[in-house]
Design a protein around this ligand. Structure first.
Ligand code: 5GP
Ligand code: ZN
Length: 115
């Protein structure tokens, strides 16, 4: 199910252009428009799920498929030295697009570490 007002649902549908890096039945992945590292890719489920907070038994397969895709994409992008996977969940975490997404950040030795 898509949300008519959701930016990432529009990107998945091809209504807004994106730089696609991977796609399968469950997942769409594309380069972030405002990269925070040499490699900055967003991995999103093809189902509109607002954030991690909305995951439950009926839709958690999408989250698993997203993380499988993260592993595949990281290999394809040559990130064997490591990368960070981030999902901002909700306002306090700074989430700006309310369609679940996993940021893949890599291609550089990261200096700051929050956890
Ligand atoms: P959040 O802040 O919700 O964790 O992440 C949203 C991300 O989406 C941000 O990193 C932002 O740069 C990216 N973004 C916002 N609009 C677009 C867009 O139209 N195209 C692409 N490729 N990325 C976008
Ligand atoms: Zn959406």
């Amino acid at each position: 199910m898509r949300d008519q007002n959701c930016l990432f649902c529009k990107i998945i549908a091809g209504e807004i252009p994106s730089s696609k890096v991977y796609e399968d039945e469950y997942v769409y992945a594309f380069r972030d428009i405002n990269p925070q590292a040499p490699v900055h890719i967003l991995v999103v489920p093809k189902e509109h799920i607002a954030s991690v907070a909305q995951l439950e038994e009926s839709n958690s397969l999408y989250a698993a498929k997203c993380l499988e895709a993260v592993a595949k994409i990281a290999k394809a992008e040559g990130l064997e030295k490591g990368y960070r996977v981030i999902s901002n969940c909700g306002e306090d975490a700074g989430q700006t697009v309310f369609h679940l997404h996993f940021h893949i950040l890599g291609g550089v030795k990261m200096a700051e570490k929050m956890v």
